[in-house]
Design a protein around this ligand. Structure first.
Ligand code: SF4
Ligand code: SF4
Length: 74
């Protein structure tokens, strides 16, 4: 499992979600919709809310793609 350890550091870049979809869907395509992590902008704020979805396998692939230290392996 992975944890959203520091959500306040999220830049909204979505590299984590792109990496998840590329490596884990079997399609080798970038798809935010297919990712097991979702990044929503907090309404009315310049901040983001990363959410790990139920279908996350906990593979950890996305963790090193986050250069802001938001994600951590539990
Ligand atoms: S969790 Fe990290 S990689 Fe994912 S959108 Fe936020 S800053 Fe980018
Ligand atoms: S741990 Fe693996 S399955 Fe879960 S969001 Fe990250 S890359 Fe996707």
């Amino acid at each position: 499992m992975i944890q959203v350890a520091a959500p306040e550091q999220c830049s909204g870049c979505r590299l984590c979600a792109l990496a998840c979809s590329f490596y884990n869907t079997g399609e080798r395509e970038f798809s935010l919709a297919a990712a097991s992590i979702r990044i929503d902008r907090v309404r009315g704020e310049n901040s983001f809310s990363p959410q790990v979805l139920e279908d996350c396998t906990g593979c950890g692939t996305c963790v090193p793609y986050c250069e802001y230290g938001v994600l951590a392996e539990a």
